[in-house]
Write a protein that binds this ligand. Structure first.
Ligand code: PRP
Ligand code: URA
Length: 209
């Protein structure tokens, strides 16, 4: 079973409170999403392997360390996932980027895929799927399905706010995906929005409402 890692940290709680506030504007919202994504990527990269090499500081020879092993790819689920890419790249600047475009049908809440462009060697990379919101879990489940069709075996999900229903749905369908979530919220309302949530993440990032 994939692990669910919830960040439990006063700085995260502070930042998420500002994100939730309906009076927070798009500029500040984007900055906070970037900052939280960076912290999630830091947590999710704890298990990366290192190789040792000999190096010299101005004082002495010593052992240095560099990241080794499989390369990464960041895969944002459009649109809102785009807001997390820069933060993840601060931690993993060599990662390639794939895009999966999905929107939720507002009545059925089912995801509709409209775009998919992935690096050619995606199947040989460790994947970080990023989306700030996991509500029913349908968008993430479909994105993971698409990545598995392309041969991806090691997939982690980074999200900022999740509903318990969505996490359960992902675990039921893809129990090999490790999940990193900054904040677990209470539930979904009758319109499929996360409560207390922050509203529509895409609209708040891009100022479309
Ligand atoms: C939002 C969000 C997720 C999805 C979550 O995207 O960014 O992708 O909803 O809902 P789910 O877990 O029930 O699938 P939205 O469909 O609003 O598209 P957008 O990012 O283009 O605004
Ligand atoms: N997508 C969002 O952006 N917000 C929600 O609360 C649910 C889905």
């Amino acid at each position: 079973m994939g692990k669910v890692n919830v960040l439990d940290h006063p700085v995260i709680k502070h930042k998420i409170t500002i994100l939730r506030d309906k009076n927070t504007g798009a500029n500040e919202f984007r900055s906070l999403v970037t900052e939280i994504a960076m912290i999630l990527a830091y947590e999710a990269s704890k298990d990366l392997s290192l190789e040792e090499f000999e190096m010299e500081t101005p004082i002495t020879k010593t052992t240095g360390y560099r990241l080794a092993g499989k390369k990464q790819a960041v895969v944002p689920i459009l649109r809102a996932g785009l807001g997390m890419v820069d933060g993840v790249l601060e931690v993993l600047p060599a990662a390639k980027i794939g895009h999966i475009g999905m929107y939720r049908n507002e009545e059925t809440l089912e995801p509709v895929e409209y775009y998919c462009k992935l690096p050619n060697d995606i199947g040989n990379r460790d994947i970080l799927v990023v989306d700030p919101m996991v509500a029913t879990g349908g968008s993430v489940n479909d994105a993971v399905e698409r990545l598995k069709e392309r041969g991806c075996k090691s997939i982690k999900l980074l999200c900022i706010i999740a509903a318990p229903e969505g996490i359960k749905a992902i675990q039921e369908k893809h129990d090999d995906v490790d999940i990193f979530v900054a904040q677990m919220d209470e539930n979904l309302n009758e319109n499929g929005y996360i409560v207390p949530g922050l509203g529509d993440a895409g609209d708040r990032l891009f100022g479309t409402k």
